[in-house]
Write a protein that binds this ligand. Structure first.
Ligand code: HMG
Ligand code: MG
Length: 322
């Protein structure tokens, strides 16, 4: 452990490998008070790729007034050419967004629905049914063009306006997203209220309605410090796609009380300790988050980043242990 790596002690019944879906540049930076310069975003994504992440959600083609932090998508996406072997999915809410993404050559998109009516209205200005109707032609065209489609589902465990969200309601919307043709679903705990038994119950309920675990990823925010326990419950259920955000950046501008996502470094520490492969170099990843913290002017909230960068000084990229 003195070399900055966890002791490797595998546990029974867990997947051998996990694909980390890195959301820092999108879910993280969409929530920053100030807009990060395009060049810094591009460098952030290049460093994440250099640390071994193979799926990096780059930006969103949404209305620039709704998420001004990502209004530079047209400038950023072309600045990412030449990053080899890395998928760069983007968020797309409607046909206009898809048009913009396809024009730049995006090959992976994500639509983003809600299990609750209030969040659907706040995030997409539409009811749940209207938002699914908005996604239908998007998914349809993307599939015809051979583009991979992820379907996010927010508020799967609780909603700040509606409270507890019944599992049946989540399963119903998840099924409808899947019926549209989404290749994969990502179950969002947008405000971080889930606990492990709840995760297990939702995954089991999805299986009973015909959604296979292989088509499901999990997306935990860490508001109550439950994100890692929830991830462990999902791994025990067979989930192999886990969303996380470098340095624990994040939140959602349209969800009161959403804090950062599960930090990628915290996730990698646990997975490597369990002997699960990720392809990620924890030292390089930590250095990236320390570097970005320097650009943002505040330390990363990730416990692992702090532990591996004892100097704790944002920007001191060489302070981590390899
Ligand atoms: P709207 O105001 O209802 O849009 O917003 P509209 O369809 O009525 O169109 C109004 C104008 O916007 C039109 O222009 C459109 O062309 C333009 P006008 O004719 O008036 O000049 N427009 C666009 N411009 C650029 N790009 C577009 C676009 N669409 C319309 N794509 C809309 C509806 C969906 C656009 C809006 O609500 C929106 O952009 N919402 C995005 C919200 C968002 O990005 N939230 C954060 C991501 S979700 C999240 O973080 C959760 C997640 O992490 C999982 C979890 O944690 O749970 C994924
Ligand atoms: Mg999120």
């Amino acid at each position: 452990m003195s070399d900055g790596l966890p002791m490797r002690v595998p546990a029974e019944g867990l997947p051998a490998r996990v694909r980390i879906h890195e959301v820092g540049p999108r879910d993280g930076l969409q929530n920053e008070k100030t807009t990060v310069p395009t060049g810094v975003k591009a460098e952030f994504i290049r460093r994440l790729a250099g640390a071994g992440l193979t799926t990096i959600e780059a930006t969103s083609f949404v209305h620039p007034k709704w998420v001004p932090q990502l209004a530079d998508a047209e400038k950023l996406y072309p600045a990412l050419t030449g990053i080899e072997g890395v998928a760069l999915p983007v968020l797309v809410p409607n046909e206009r967004g898809l048009e913009r993404a396809l024009a730049l050559g995006a090959r992976r998109i994500a639509v983003f629905g809600s299990a609750t009516e209030t969040f659907a209205r706040r995030n997409l200005n539409r009811s749940v049914a209207e938002s699914l109707a908005m996604f239908a032609p998007v998914v349809d065209r993307a599939k015809r063009e051979g583009v991979h489609v992820r379907g996010y589902l927010s508020m799967c465990f609780g909603d700040p306006w509606e409270g507890a969200v019944p599992v049946g309601q989540v399963v119903d919307t998840a099924r409808r997203l899947r019926d549209l043709g989404c290749d994969e679903l990502s179950l969002g705990d947008t405000i971080g209220v889930a606990t492990p038994g709840h995760v297990r119950a939702l995954l089991t309920a999805l299986n009973t309605t015909g959604v296979p675990t292989a088509a499901v990823g999990v997306h935990f925010h860490d508001t109550y410090g439950q994100a890692l326990s929830n991830t462990f419950a999902a791994l025990e259920h067979g989930v192999t796609t886990v969303d996380a955000s470098a340095g624990g950046l994040g939140g959602c501008p349209y969800a009161r009380s959403a804090t950062g996502n599960l930090a990628t470094e915290d996730l990698v520490w646990m997975l490597h300790g369990l002997g699960i492969e990720t392809g990620v170099d924890l030292g390089r990843l930590t250095a990236t988050s320390v570097w970005l913290a320097g650009r943002l002017g505040r330390p990363s909230p990730s416990r692992t980043v702090r532990a591996l960068s004892p100097a704790g000084t944002p920007g001191s990229a060489d302070s981590h242990k390899e």
